[in-house]
Design a protein around this ligand. Structure first.
Ligand code: SF4
Ligand code: SF4
Length: 104
């Protein structure tokens, strides 16, 4: 498995935005709002924001910074296109990249 690239195309595919673990997190909600505000600039400049500003792409960037996430809920990475593309089922960790770090 190659290193997963943190780029716009992959960010669009990332479904962490719909993950139940993050659903009630105020910290994630703020990041989502800021990311949406920044989106026109990001798309125009093609410069990716700092990873910690994005509430997703943890398989590429490692653990999340929000502490009010509910890990009793199920990770849904196995429904993501990148899961298949990068064969993440055979990597480590098996999902919960926001908790356990980037995919290897
Ligand atoms: S595998 Fe998980 S962390 Fe990686 S892009 Fe998909 S949903 Fe996001
Ligand atoms: S890495 Fe998995 S558990 Fe974490 S937010 Fe993304 S889908 Fe949810």
């Amino acid at each position: 498995m190659g290193k997963i690239e943190f780029n716009m195309e992959n960010w669009d595919k990332c479904i962490c935005k719909n993950c139940p673990t993050q659903a009630e997190s105020m910290c994630v909600k703020e990041k989502k709002m800021k990311a949406m505000e920044m989106m026109p600039k990001i798309k125009e400049s093609k410069m990716m924001p700092k990873p910690e500003m994005v509430p997703g792409m943890y398989c590429a960037n490692g653990k999340g910074v929000c502490e009010d996430v509910d890990f009793s809920k199920m990770c849904i990475c196995n429904e993501c296109d990148l899961w298949k593309e990068y064969n993440l089922a055979n990597g480590q960790p098996m999902g919960y990249f926001c908790r356990d770090g980037e995919a290897k």
